[in-house]
Ligand binder design. Structure first.
Ligand code: BGC
Length: 745
């Protein structure tokens, strides 16, 4: 009996020591208490001043915590492609730390071009780890604004022209980042589709277009990705600035979508005291209160939501209703990030991240054209490869605006090709043209000297001479990250290649045995020279490993599976934007702001080209492989479905070539019996399928009413109309391989 009692007592003691120790501090500090309890407990302890203190910046990239209560500051960082170097407290320039050179991941347009959700998760996880290691709580990205015009300078930071593609690709990124206890701040919400007059332009958009084209990716980020933060954009929408736009933030984001996270202003995007308080903004960052031109030094107390807010509260102009909502959201963010229950520490500049950057970048490289199997390179032992173009050597992680990074290293295409061939081939470079010789941004410098004062004629003659005995000539050009290229705060001036590159390509085409053109850009470039060259590759700003990733595809180490996330038209005029009113907008006498009318409605990108039957150079979704695929046996599992049900549609895809490879199987839905004008077809599914040579797989998609719907603005609801629909299985928007019809009852 005595023995039993002793054993029972020992068991109890063991259980007590192994269960959670009793936490006897305040609830908000208890890591195991539910987040909402921690929030409420912290809130009641705070003074009015402490609450208001949390709603504005205290430095370029941080906002205040509650020092008295041990609640940490919130550290924000750009951006979508890597962790921005530390900047000075109140200036944009980097601070000169020596421990902050990051892994530069590929630009988001490169990620979108993978059409691969696993790559997006890998990206999110990896950049999230880098952010966590650098002790950042809010990562200012990803950007998911729709590519409405190829001239938008920031397309490279976004995910292309289709809301479904962007929505599917943003969700895993957000989840991957947030697994690390770092909030993804999805930007720039919303209808922010140009850089021209970005802080002075009003996007005039009808509701159907807003809901069908410009909101779905944000909605997916919030509802499927559970994003913890959203950044308001600089522009106005229907007459109100977006950082405090009632309809976008209060009605839609926090109302219809139930967003419980924090709304952060773009840097300087908050423009009005009262609207900021009342219309859903939670943290005001970077507002230069002297009118967006520059900051009064350390002027943070002047911010709209700093002293003016406090005064308004004290004088009774505002109640604490909005303030408590803002502070709850900020506290929630802190308990999800820096004060999360299970701390982790991330990792930084590690081999795994370099490999991820390389794999993602290579998976997004798009083989646009490949006559007579020009690619992959098949260089004879001791053969000669000539690389031509500024982008062969120019380091492009530096530049472009807020996504500018200081990276641990950057492999350019010349180094990438040399790494691939070692001494097995002679790899030489000719400049070909001089584009942009700048090498620094915000005090980050690549250390290159790109000056070259030779004339275009001399440069072309040199390249042509070197091309004559080359087994392959690879021209690597396109855009760069300077003003009026792929760059924040300016738009492109033309859709064609700048710096006289077309002349160089045409001259090389006359003499080269095998000519490959690699275009590096963040949006479509017109290619009137396309017929003259053997192969065309769409490359991207691939980050740290960009040159190796490109070489992986050119040499065939990686069989290309990237697909265009935007349409490449023959010329700008073929596109949906026809008037100045549409783009860049107009400012008439008496107007305070530029007015940009989205008159093309839902006809953006392929929705326009397809419906109007306008041929393009390369359609949305296009991309070749070094193997071939065949589609067959398209079918719907049942002849009909109901609005409450779902329907499986499938197609068989076979690799009919002699190499293993991945195919991106795309599902578009057509609604031929719609009672309103609808695009000829819309992307509603895609899957990346790996097939060994000779292998065949069945690819199945599940369709629900949402995939069939359009937004009825009058009734403010999504409508799926009964009737016949078509499931189109396609290699791109321009290459439908098989179809199956079904009915919605
Ligand atoms: C950009 C944002 C960026 C912020 C902070 C703004 O100019 O529009 O995308 O996150 O600056 O650098």
């Amino acid at each position: 009996m005595k023995k039993t009692i002793i054993m029972a007592a020992a068991a109890l003691a063991l259980a007590a020591c192994c269960s959670q120790p009793k936490f006897d501090g305040p609830t908000y500090l208890n890591p195991n208490a539910p987040v909402e309890e921690r929030v409420e407990d912290a809130l009641v302890r705070m003074t009015l001043e402490e609450k208001v203190g949390m709603t504005t910046a205290q430095s370029k990239f941080s906002s205040r915590g509650v020092p008295r209560l041990g609640i940490p500051e919130v550290w924000h960082t750009d951006g979508p492609h890597g962790i921005r170097p530390e900047v000075l407290w109140d200036e944009w320039d980097q601070a000169g730390w020596t421990n902050d050179s990051c892994t530069a991941f590929p630009a988001l347009i490169n990620l979108a071009a993978t059409w691969d959700k696993e790559m997006s998760l890998l990206y999110g996880r990896s950049i999230g780890e880098e952010a966590r290691y650098r002790k950042k709580d809010i990562l200012l990205g990803p950007g998911i604004n729709i590519c409405r015009t190829p001239l938008n300078g920031r397309n490279f930071e976004y995910m292309g022209e289709d809301p479904y593609l962007a929505g599917q690709m943003v969700v895993p990124y957000v989840k991957g980042v947030q697994e690390n206890g770092v909030a993804a701040c999805v930007k720039h919400y919303a209808v922010n589709n140009q850089e021209f007059q970005r802080t002075q332009s009003n996007s005039v958009v009808d509701d159907r277009t807003l809901y069908e084209i410009y909101l779905p990716a944000f909605k997916a980020a919030v509802q499927e990705g559970n994003a913890w933060a959203i950044m308001g954009s600089y522009n106005l929408y229907n007459g109100q600035f977006n950082c405090h736009n009632k309809k976008l933030l209060v009605d839609i984001l926090k109302g219809e979508w139930g967003f419980d996270g924090v709304v952060v202003s773009d840097w300087g995007g908050c423009r009005d005291d009262e609207e900021a308080v009342l219309n859903g903004l939670d943290i005001e960052m970077g507002t230069w209160t002297n009118g967006l031109t520059g900051a009064a030094s350390d002027g943070y107390r002047n911010y709209h939501m700093a002293d003016p807010y406090l005064e308004g509260l004290r004088s009774g102009k505002y109640t604490t209703k909005e303030l408590d909502d803002k502070v709850r959201r900020i506290l929630r963010t802190i308990f999800r990030t820096s004060m999360r229950p299970e701390p982790n520490y991330g990792r930084f500049v590690c081999p795994e991240h370099y490999q991820a950057a390389r794999d993602i970048s290579a998976a997004g490289v798009v083989l646009l054209k490949n006559d007579n199997n020009t690619l992959p390179l098949n260089v004879p032992e001791g053969g000669k490869i000539l690389l031509v173009g500024e982008n062969v050597v120019k380091k492009m992680v530096v530049g472009g605006g807020s996504s500018n990074l200081k990276t641990a290293y950057e492999v350019n295409p010349l180094e990438g090709i040399r790494n691939a061939y070692g001494d097995k081939a002679e790899v030489v470079w000719a400049r070909g043209y001089v584009g942009d010789t700048s090498t620094s941004y915000n005090a980050v410098d690549t250390g290159q000297d790109l000056t070259d004062n030779r004339s275009p004629e001399v440069l072309i003659a040199e390249a042509v001479e070197a091309a004559k005995d080359a087994d392959y000539v690879i021209f690597v050009g396109g855009l760069n990250k300077s003003a009026h290229q792929d760059n924040e705060s300016t738009d492109r001036l033309q859709i064609t290649l700048p710096y006289g590159q077309e002349k160089v390509i045409e001259a090389l085409a006359e003499v080269a045995k095998n000519l490959v053109v690699v275009n590096i850009s963040g949006s479509a470039v017109a290619m009137p020279w396309a017929d003259k060259v053997g192969a065309i590759v769409q490359g991207w700003y691939g980050g740290t490993e960009t040159g190796n990733a490109l070489a992986d595809v050119l040499t065939g180490k990686v069989n290309p599976s990237g697909r265009l996330p935007f349409s490449v038209p023959f010329c700008y005029e073929d596109g949906p934007i026809k008037t100045e009113r549409q783009y860049p907008g107009i400012k008439e006498e008496g107007d305070e702001y530029w007015q940009t009318h989205y008159d093309e409605g839902v006809y953006v990108g392929y929705r326009w080209y397809d419906t109007k039957e306008i041929p393009v150079q390369f359609p949305f979704g296009h991309g070749l492989s070094y193997t071939t695929f065949e589609y067959s046996n398209a079918k719907a599992a049942k002849p009909s479905m109901t609005a409450a049900g779902t329907l499986k549609v499938s197609v068989d895809v076979a690799n009919t070539g002699d190499r293993d490879g991945s195919e991106i199987v795309q599902l578009y839905i057509a609604d031929p019996e719609a009672s309103i004008d609808r695009p000829a077809k819309e992307l509603k599914g895609f899957e990346k399928v790996f097939l060994k040579a000779g292998e065949k797989k069945t690819v199945t998609f599940e369709i629900d009413a949402e995939n069939l719907s359009w937004f009825n603005a009058e009734k403010h609801e999504w409508t799926a109309e009964p009737g016949e629909f078509k499931a189109l299985f396609a290699r791109s928007a321009g290459d439908v391989q098989a179809e199956a019809s079904f009915e919605l009852k």
